[in-house]
Design a protein around this ligand. Sequence first.
Ligand code: NI
Length: 181
Amino acid sequence: MAVRPIVRLGHPALRAPASPVLKERLGDEDLQTLIDDMIETMLAAGGVGLAAPQLGLDRQLIVYVVVDPEKTPAQADKRVLVNPMLEPLPGEPVYDWEGCLSIPDLRGLVPRHPAVKVHALDREGRLVEFAAEGYEGRIVQHEFDHLNGVVFLDRMRDLRSLAFSAEWEEFMIEGEKAQVG
Ligand code: NI
């Protein structure tokens, strides 16, 4: 396993739709190594989610931490989604703070669906379907956007909430943490 470099805003991979992964390819060692590297890279960077385009790769692949207040991100379960599709579940948009490993040091308020139904393959190629809500739903929506060339800045309704993380912590939301993916 290895930590790989994360590309930043301006890299074309962050603005291009990613290609699906062929199910048969999930048996390949290099793809399984990539998934392990994505998890290691995400944890090393202090994020709770990472999408393959953030490594400059054209693949519909997401990893994220199933955040558990009792556990560190390294201890918590990790989920791998291959070729995900999201189905928004009904409800008013919910605003919360987000950041992005490809847009370092910025935080902003982003509206998201309160819950989504996820249809995807897991890393073994099995079909998974589940509802993701709250923090998990937000992470999934943020990472899914990366597979479509969309970043959280595009989703913001009011850029006045945009802040550098130190100023955000000092002036805007003392003591809380933003999701960074
Ligand atoms: Ni991101």
